[in-house]
Design a binder for this molecule. Structure first.
Ligand code: DC
Length: 226
């Protein structure tokens, strides 16, 4: 049986950075489910489909094929045969992904793919509904969060380092809006699973968070062996 670690939490909590490092340390495969929702959102944007147009989105879904591959250990998202990794990281695609992931037709398709991946491989999967819906039987569940101010400042520093001019207040407002939408949608909203361990990264650096989650994993492993 494969071992599954689920990491959920709001945008900008550091899930992907932490999950990638942990996957390396444990020799697990890292699965970024947000990238899959982003790929579908990218398709809708490319085809001029509005986020509010549920009917057209439902009609388009059978024409959208999302798969993942690994290149040098890095997850690549393939949309209808094209690698879209380089174009799905924008704020526009992120906001579209948040808006269109509310539809069950979009979720059903991706959840199936995610469950297939986790069934055959040891994975660390991050997202919003992994511990609650996708992998309810995961051996370790983490809910990774940080204050909106901390998350906004991290994003601001990241963009500024790339030479992108941005506004800290606007970034925080965007984060708060996205949290609200992800937490209040009807289907699989973002919430901490009852058996998930809460990790607040506001006052911790990356290595400290990796160590904290690694310790949770080791403890769970010991308990399961007993
Ligand atoms: O983690 P991210 O920022 O790449 O995710 C983009 C959006 O996709 C997020 O705002 C909500 C949606 N999402 C989701 O609904 N369920 C997941 N498991 C992962 C992401």
């Amino acid at each position: 049986m494969s071992i599954n670690i689920a990491i959920d939490g709001p945008a900008g909590a550091g899930k992907s950075t932490i999950a990638k490092k942990l996957a390396k340390k444990l020799g697990f495969v890292y699965v970024d489910t947000g990238a899959m929702y982003r790929a579908m959102a990218y398709y809708f944007l490319q085809h001029g489909i509005a986020a509010e147009d549920e009917k057209t989105i439902a009609e388009a879904c059978p024409r959208v094929e999302v798969t993942i591959a690994y290149e040098g250990g890095e997850q690549q998202v393939i949309l209808n045969g094209e690698n879209v990794n380089g174009v799905i990281r924008t704020e526009e695609v992120g906001n579209m992904a948040s808006a269109t992931s509310v539809y069950p037709v979009v979720r059903t398709k991706l959840v199936e793919l995610q469950q297939q991946l986790a069934a055959k491989t040891d994975v660390i999967m991050d997202g919003r509904d992994i511990g609650t819906c996708v992998l309810p039987g995961a051996q370790v569940k983490i809910y990774l969060t940080a204050s909106s101010a901390t998350r906004a400042k991290r994003r601001y520093d990241e963009l500024t380092a790339k030479g992108i001019v941005c506004d800290l207040e606007e970034i925080e407002k965007d984060i708060i809006d996205r949290d609200y939408r992800d937490m209040h949608r009807e289907t699989s909203p973002l919430k901490q699973a009852e058996d998930a361990v809460l990790v607040d990264s506001s006052e911790l650096n990356i290595e400290e968070v990796v160590e904290a989650i690694y310790a949770i994993y080791e403890k769970a492993e010991k308990e399961q062996k007993q």
